[in-house]
Design a protein around this ligand. Structure first.
Ligand code: IFM
Length: 608
């Protein structure tokens, strides 16, 4: 049997249009480019040879691991100090005149501490302003530190780096994922909507005329792969609606963007066609085909023959239809309103007819219509995503939604988050896929996969199980997960993609820190669903939650130019529920766009 060749030997014959500079304000007395030489044989970063001997080796390399190390010599008398700066930067090359090497930065003038100090102040001011778009003060210090600083910063890093850096990530191999592109905007859209707008119109270039998309793309070559993951196109409407609810900038919908194959269309058409495509890619009984996988990449052999169905995908498609329908109303797109609404109702009925297992929802049906994630399965009996999204989409009736939450808590809840599926696969299932070949308890085969775990926090809030939701949220905080730092092993201030579950002997060990979708989801669940700032197309809904062990909290958020200062309090007398501006009750806890635009700040009280 042949193996399908997916990689190419073709190499991009392209320039990198930037220069990289690394320098110091002091005279440079030595440097190293070779990490091996700098550190020295049988040594580590704890005792580099170059540092110990006080002299660099002045190495330049074109092979091996690199380091960027400069040496400066400073002599100080007792009590004396010296100011200096180390500078690293990237700047676009001026293609018109190769002699004038740097387009936007005058590096020579930057090598001066008097010039650098104000620049440093600019950087600090940028981050102060960035972080000031949202702040929260709850009784939980670790929650506050995460929400006010680290989680926001991690979200910014995921926006800029995608999954392109670090030893963990296959950025150079896999490029930028379309899913990631449209989720990573969730953090950046509040402080820097302009950057998100540009990100959206750029990513739409990788969509096809029929609404389908590449799964990933490479920035420099603009090449990518169409993998037929069933959920990928749906992240487009997800991201576009998030941009619109934040900004109200409906002009975006009229921008014209090229398709990857042929023709161009407005952003509105791009967005709508993504859903049209997914609605048309359904099985005979009307459920989304899973094809080569859905959000769970490693369910890659469930449906390659085009018959298998994804139950999580049905809930996600339903959720995205509901989220996007108001846009169709704005355009009076009656034909699509009818088609999408019918698809929703049909899917909701079928999924509840065929995918309820008694205590939870099945995860998928394979090409032979055998169920996956059922109590009858020996391994992978229950998957988190079909439970969380049954609730989030509102497609599970109330009694089933409650059972989903209870089953997850009974079978998947672990001390620092939710296990993605259970029991982990220990035997290979060729018709299920890579999940069954992953090490049990790691990655998608039964780890505490934080991205998916965050969705269960959201589902628990939607289901009204507030104490559990906030407890799980807190247990996932890096500062808490990393309490056993010798086991946890990664940074205690940013989320990791996963933590090994009890199904692995290293239980509690984290991996893939920094660049994970967990960052934006934890941030936005904290802002939108706990602090309760829920942006809508025409204004802001305020609906905070208060776990029984908090009496109150304060939060502040900028929305469309207005600062919303919110005080959330447990009511004493029991007759003052909901949102107030001063003493005045706000109908339906909703701040209209007109009200927001007419004010620079609004002082809000919310009684629970
Ligand atoms: O959904 C994916 C994501 O796009 C890349 N990391 C793994 C996730 C789960 O398979």
């Amino acid at each position: 049997m042949g193996i399908k060749q997916k990689v190419s030997v073709e190499q991009p014959n392209l320039d990198w249009k930037y220069d990289l500079l690394f320098t110091s304000t002091l005279p440079i007395t030595g440097f190293d480019g070779s990490l091996d030489k700098f550190i020295g044989r049988w040594r580590s970063e704890a005792n580099p040879e170059a540092i110990e001997r006080g002299e660099m080796f002045n190495t330049e390399i074109t092979a091996g691991d690199p380091v960027a190390a400069l040496q400066n010599k400073i002599s100080l008398e007792p009590g004396e100090s010296s100011d200096f700066a180390i500078l690293m930067g990237v700047s676009p090359k001026d293609e018109q005149s190769p002699e004038s090497k740097y387009l936007s930065l005058d590096w020579d003038s930057l090598k001066n501490i008097e010039v650098i100090d104000p620049k440093l102040e600019e950087v600090k001011a940028y981050w102060t302003n960035y972080l000031n778009h949202f702040t929260i003060e709850t009784p939980d210090e670790k929650f506050n530190a995460s929400m006010n600083v680290w989680n926001q910063y991690q979200a910014a890093v995921t926006f800029d780096m995608a999954r392109n850096s670090g030893y963990y990530h296959g950025g150079l191999l896999f490029g930028n994922g379309i899913r990631d592109q449209f989720q990573d905007i969730l953090g950046m859209v509040i402080p820097e909507p302009g950057r998100v707008r540009a990100r959206i119109t750029n990513a739409l270039k990788y969509q096809f005329n029929d609404g389908s998309t590449l799964h990933n793309f490479f920035k420099i070559t603009e090449w990518g792969e169409k993998t037929n993951h069933s959920d990928t196109p749906l992240w487009i409407p997800f991201g576009v609606t998030e941009y619109l609810t934040e900004t109200g900038d409906f002009g975006l919908l009229d921008e014209v963007v090229k398709f990857y194959d042929q023709d161009d269309a407005t952003v509105y058409e791009h967005t709508a066609r993504a859903i049209d495509f997914c609605i048309s890619s359904v099985s005979e009984r009307g459920l989304p085909k899973i094809m080569n996988g859905d959000w769970n990449d490693t369910l890659d052999k469930v449906g390659p023959r085009g018959k298998g169905e994804t139950i999580w995908g049905a809930f996600f498609l339903g959720f995205v239809i509901k989220k996007t329908l108001p846009l169709l109303g704005l355009r009076n797109d009656q034909e699509r309103i009818k088609k999408w609404s019918e698809a929703f109702v049909h899917m909701e009925r079928v999924v509840n007819e065929v995918a309820w297992d008694g205590e939870w929802y099945i995860r998928a049906f394979n090409d032979f219509l055998e169920p996956l994630g059922t109590s009858k399965s020996e391994q992978g009996k229950i998957f988190i995503n079909s439970q969380s999204w049954a609730v989030i989409s509102g497609m599970a009736p109330a009694d089933r939604a409650q059972k989903c939450v209870d089953s997850v808590k009974k079978l998947l809840l672990r001390p620092n988050g939710i296990q993605i599926c259970f029991p982990s696969y220990t035997k290979v299932e060729a018709n299920t896929g890579l999940i069954s070949r992953c090490v049990p308890g790691k990655k998608e085969n039964g780890a505490i996969f934080n991205h998916a775990s965050s969705w269960f926090v959201l589902a628990s809030i939607v289901a009204g199980d507030i104490d559990s939701a906030v407890n799980i949220y807190k247990s996932m905080l890096p500062a808490n997960s990393a309490e056993r730092s010798d086991i946890y092993e990664v940074e205690p201030y940013v989320f990791a993609e996963y933590v090994t579950s009890p199904d692995h002997p290293s239980e509690g060990q984290a991996s893939h820190s920094w660049l994970t979708g967990t960052a934006v989801w934890m941030l936005r669940i904290g802002m939108d669903n706990i602090a309760g700032f829920k942006p809508q197309f025409t204004g802001m809904e305020i609906s905070p939650v208060l776990p029984s062990y908090w009496d109150s909290f304060k939060a502040s958020r900028v929305f469309r130019g207005c600062r919303l200062d919110l005080n959330v309090l447990r009511q004493v007398s029991g007759d003052k529920k909901g949102l107030y501006i001063g003493d005045e009750k706000v109908e339906q806890n909703f701040l209209s766009e007109e009200l927001i635009k007419a004010n620079k700040t609004l002082q809000l009280n919310f009684f629970i």
